[in-house]
Design a protein around this ligand. Structure first.
Ligand SMILES: Nc1nc2c(ncn2[C@@H]2O[C@H](COP(=O)(O)OP(=O)(O)OP(=O)(O)O)[C@@H](O)[C@H]2O)c(=O)[nH]1
Length: 581
């Protein structure tokens, strides 16, 4: 790569060339063009992002030289495709400048609004400073000086990088000048000029010094204004920056007019016209025509004066229209922003309503689920409760009907049931036997082995009896060691047979009371039959009991059958009185 600039060492990498180009563009414009040329020659070495950076610098060059038609599409391309947020922000800031210079205000304000919205997310300090400056410029153009100053205050020139320090000072002082009347001796203005000169930012330094010359003119120090302008004239002409050249000439013209030097004023005003695009409408051109009109009028050149006056009026009207267009564009974009915000708010509200509705529906679903669970729980609890109730009812009924020790019916239930069954048998004309059974000498077992052993013996006796009975037979414990058996649909002979079997089985059984104790228990039985005693329970029972009494009396371990009258029949007595352990 060729040695383009002696003051800045030759960079060796493309990144170094970019750093150099960024420095040169406002300090050494001709060198900037050389660096740009070098970058184009080495385009093949550039990364994709560096190629986008190069396109941005190309756009900057086009904008600087007033070629807005070239700059605009280049910047759109960078904004739409570069993808790197700092470069996109810088391109947007530059495009705002280009669009406003090209009088496309609505587009410029839309873009400025986007930058305002994105500003809190801008992390690159250079890009952020460029965005702020573009916003300040657009707000000033809309006459929104207070808002502009608010953004300008965020520029913090004292903390800015060397590349941005001068620009930030310049924009801040400019934004301040719209809000307060600035003096040519304003310390802020002097400091901004000094910093821009120190940083070699000649474009900004010239802008500020041209403003200072205008202030000197306004303050009646035209001679000082001329001195200042003459001092900066060679530098401005060297930069070739057209807005400054036109501004320099017109400020000089104004100073000369103020000093009464119309010939010099005419020459400078004509130079301002020559430096401007005749088709454009700019402040220098408008002022130049106004001054020329005044000069020619004073010289008595009425035709020339009239011609300049017409041009001045055209410029003035165009400038007024431009101001109106800017204000309108600003208001339109602002309105669009407000509309958008309102729409977003409305959408947000709708969303919140939807969310609330969904939450409500969810809650309702949850509540109904809860109700269902509760209902199910209630049903289960009721079911359980009913089951337990039924269970305890059954248990109580069983307890009320059964003997707790042996499990057979208790006396009361036996009596009731026997009476009921006998009634039914009577109606059906079916016979029935009633047996009264009493264990012999049971007291001895209790006395010998204890009451618990006696209990066990009672349980064994019941087991043995049950084996001989049918399901339809009624078996109950009448008290102590006495039992009753009602055998329905049973002849006397069948009854005797069953009772005999019971008696014999009992007498033959070895009752195991515990692992070491076995006993033998005999029983005495009395049998009465419905054919003799009838179906009245108390009679049947009394006859069976009398027969039992007889069995006991006759020596125990025997069955006695009531035969009616006073002579019961002893049916069987296998053994003498034998009950013993
Ligand atoms: N272990 C036990 N003993 C009972 C129960 N009910 C009554 N007894 C006993 O049975 C015995 C009955 O005695 P007694 O009325 O004198 O009759 P016995 O000894 O069987 O003599 P006889 O009937 O004349 O042969 C008493 O000792 C009662 O305590 C009971 O539920 N368990």
């Amino acid at each position: 790569m060729g040695n383009v600039h002696a003051a800045i060492p030759d960079p060796v990498t493309p990144a170094g060339w970019f750093t150099r180009a960024e420095k040169e563009k406002l300090t050494e414009y001709p060198h900037f063009l050389g660096t740009l040329k070098q970058l184009h020659e080495d385009e093949g070495l550039l990364s994709p992002m560096q190629q986008w950076h190069l396109r941005y610098l190309e756009a900057w060059r086009a904008a600087y030289s007033g070629n807005l038609a070239v700059a605009t599409p280049l910047l759109h391309n960078v904004i739409d495709h570069a993808g790197e947020s700092a470069l996109v922000t810088r391109a947007s800031a530059l495009l705002i400048n280009v669009l406003s210079r090209d009088h496309h205000y609505e587009e410029a304000y839309e873009l400025a609004n986007t930058l305002m919205v994105d500003l809190p997310r801008a992390t690159d300090s250079n890009a952020r400073a460029e965005a702020l400056r573009a916003i300040v410029q657009m707000l000033d153009l809309a006459g929104e000086s207070d808002r502009a100053l608010k953004y300008a205050r965020q520029l913090n020139p004292g903390e800015a990088s060397p590349e941005n320090r001068c620009a930030n000072y310049s924009y801040k002082i400019n934004a301040t000048s719209y809000v307060t009347t600035l003096s040519s001796q304003d310390p802020g203005l002097r400091r901004a000029i000094a910093i821009c000169l120190a940083d070699k930012q000649t474009v900004y330094a010239d802008t500020l010094r041209l403003s200072r010359a205008d202030l000197l003119n306004e303050e009646g120090h035209a001679d000082q204004a001329v001195a200042l302008l003459k001092r900066i004239e060679p530098g401005i002409l060297r930069t070739g920056f057209q807005p400054h050249i036109a501004g320099l000439h017109v400020s000089l013209a104004q100073a000369y007019v103020n000093l009464g030097k119309d010939a010099e004023a005419r020459q400078s005003a004509l130079a301002a016209v020559a430096a401007s695009d005749p088709k454009s409408f700019t402040w220098p051109l408008q002022t130049a025509y106004e001054l020329l009109y005044q000069i020619e009028k004073r010289a008595g050149h009425d035709r020339a004066a009239l011609a300049y006056y017409e041009k001045y009026v055209r410029q003035d009207k165009a400038a007024m229209d431009d101001i109106k267009t800017r204000a309108l564009a600003y208001q339109m974009v602002r309105q669009q922003v407000v509309d958008k915000k309102l729409k977003l708010e409305a959408l947000d509200k709708q969303n919140r309503i939807l969310e609330l509705r969904q939450a409500l529906a969810g809650k309702a679903q949850e509540t109904s689920r809860l109700y269902i669970v509760l209902l199910a729980l209630v049903v289960v609890v009721i079911g359980l409760w009913t089951f337990r109730l039924k269970h305890s009812q059954l248990r109580f009924r069983k307890m009320a009907r059964h003997d707790g020790l042996t499990g057979v019916f208790n006396r009361q239930h036996f009596l009731n049931e026997a009476a009921r069954i006998l009634q039914r048998l009577h109606q059906a004309d079916a016979g029935a036997c009633l047996v009264a059974l009493d264990l012999d000498h049971f007291k001895r077992i209790n006395d010998t082995y204890g009451h618990a052993a006696g209990d066990e013996a009672l349980r064994r006796v019941v087991e043995i009896c049950r084996r001989e009975l049918r399901d339809s037979d009624l078996f109950g414990r009448l008290g102590g060691e006495e039992f009753g058996i009602l055998m329905p649909a049973c002849t006397c002979e069948q009854g005797i047979e069953i009772a005999t079997r019971i008696r014999r089985n009992l007498a033959a059984a070895l009752l195991k009371l515990d692992p070491e104790t076995t006993v033998v228990v005999s029983a005495s039985l009395g049998l009465a039959h419905s054919a003799v005693s009838g179906y009245a329970f108390h009679q049947l029972f009394a006859d069976a009991d009398a027969a039992l009494y007889r069995a006991k009396h006759d020596g125990r371990n025997r069955l006695v059958v009531d035969a009616g009258g006073d002579t019961p029949v002893v049916v069987n007595a296998d053994m003498p009185d034998t009950a013993s352990a």
